[in-house]
Design a protein around this ligand. Structure first.
Ligand code: FAD
Length: 387
């Protein structure tokens, strides 16, 4: 039998001595989900003295593939306390503000691992959350209960915490298209033309393509040593998504893994890539198709009406899901992390937690709603044009 570990409820006003003899309140937080938004929030909370337990469904391995555009490096440095690993060369032959998802994850994970106030529990799936006047808690599928002063849902677009924060609107909805994603390396390719430095956005009657060079292994950014990522927006395979259970009703369930993608679809994509996309992006796409290293991610959207309920709160994609075309989901998650840490800090200074969290909602709700709504205009016209 596995040992049940419980985080004790530390009263929010309990005090522990802080450096310099100053008295500093200490609180506790449970964060559901230890991906980018969860890691950022964990670091921001630990920095103000909160003890954080992070519950993460998957093993400690990061997922690969996607790139993050519009990364606010200064803000990321402020939260992680670490500089960009390839600061010296960044920006020379990869576009400024574009970083690989894995590199950002690694930096955040290193910041979390270095902080003794944060504990991460992998392979721990939360099935429900609850609260009373004194505490909030998460209950896992193996019946452990983790209690704390605040429970924060950073559990992505299919959030279970959202059902308790916004019971009237628990689900993100399918935007009507998917993105085919691939990642390859310049050294393995023999492109017929050189890859550019910047993000390329190509539009055709049959889709939109984003191509982007990323730093290669070890942060190398010289042409010839970079990674090449691409994202192909496609509204023509919604039947496949439904057939495979990736989209059920109006709700996105999961991405298409390479094994889910029929051979006929790979052939069709290869033919279309040859017809639609110019070199060198076509070369990168065909390489990924040849290796069957392609993911199909159905796009979800969520415009929030609420971000908090009592001692429960949402950050990141659990709180708001814009189309990736906005390039703003990660940046919004950074702001969420800073803002919720400020709110919890106020609770540590005697403001009741529910009131402090309402301050977080007040600060963030309007701008994240606008962010998602701006992307919905793109989604509607893209899905309609391709239907
Ligand atoms: C294809 C694509 C491209 C994107 N491009 C950009 C971009 O260019 N720029 C940008 O700013 N943003 C972009 N985004 C958005 C950005 O990646 C996210 O907004 C950001 O990473 C925050 O994600 P998250 O941590 O909130 O959620 P997720 O990454 O979904 O993480 C949720 C975590 O919670 C865990 N979890 C889920 N349920 C449970 C549970 N019940 N119990 C325990 N753990 C659980 C999951 O395992 C996962 O680790 C893109 C998104 C996609 C899909």
């Amino acid at each position: 039998m596995r040992r049940t570990s419980r985080m004790t409820t530390t009263p929010i006003r309990a005090t522990t001595p802080a450096a310099g003899g100053e008295s500093k309140n200490q609180g506790t937080a449970v964060i559901v989900g230890a991906s980018l938004a969860g890691l950022m929030t964990g670091v921001a909370l630990a920095r103000i003295g909160v003890r954080v337990t992070m519950l993460e469904r998957s093993r400690a391995l990061p997922r690969s593939g996607a790139a993050l555009g519009g990364v606010d490096e200064q803000m990321l440095q402020r939260i992680t306390g670490t500089a960009h690993p390839d600061n010296a060369t960044a920006g020379r032959s990869v576009a400024a503000g574009v970083q690989s998802w894995m590199a950002v994850h690694a930096r955040l994970r290193a910041a979390v691992d270095a902080d003794p106030r944060i504990e991460i529990r992998p392979r721990t799936t939360v099935r429900a959350v609850g609260q009373d006047a004194d505490a909030a808690w998460g209950i896992t599928t193996d019946r452990q209960t983790f209690r704390a002063d605040v429970v924060i849902g950073a559990d992505g677009h299919r959030s279970v915490v959202r059902a308790s924060v916004a019971p009237g609107k628990p689900d993100a909805t399918f935007a009507g298209y998917l993105i085919w994603l691939g990642l390859t390396g310049e050294p393995a390719l023999r492109p017929t033309r050189r890859f550019p430095r910047d993000v390329d956005i190509l539009d055709s009657d049959d889709g939109i393509l984003l191509g982007y060079p990323l730093p290669g292994p070890g942060g190398l950014t010289a042409p010839g040593s970079r990674q090449i990522g691409w994202a192909w927006y496609d509204a023509g395979h919604n039947d496949l998504l439904r057939e495979k259970g990736s989209v059920v009703g109006n709700v996105v369930r999961r991405s298409l893994a390479p094994d889910d993608i029929p051979e006929a679809t790979f052939h069709e994509l290869a033919d279309k890539a040859r017809a639609l996309w110019p070199a060198p992006w076509r070369d990168a796409i065909l390489d990924c198709i040849d290796r069957r290293a392609v993911l199909g991610t159905p796009i979800a959207e969520y415009v929030p009406d609420r971000l908090v309920n009592g001692r429960l709160a949402l950050v990141g994609d659990a709180a708001h899901v814009p189309t990736p075309m906005t390039g703003s989901g990660f940046g919004a998650s950074l702001h969420d992390a800073e803002s919720i840490a400020t709110a919890v800090g106020k609770a540590m200074d005697a403001t009741p937690m529910a009131q402090a969290l309402r301050g977080y909602e007040k600060e963030r709700l309007r701008s994240v709603r606008r962010m998602v709504q701006a992307g919905q205009q793109f989604s509607r016209s893209f899905a309609r044009a391709a239907a």
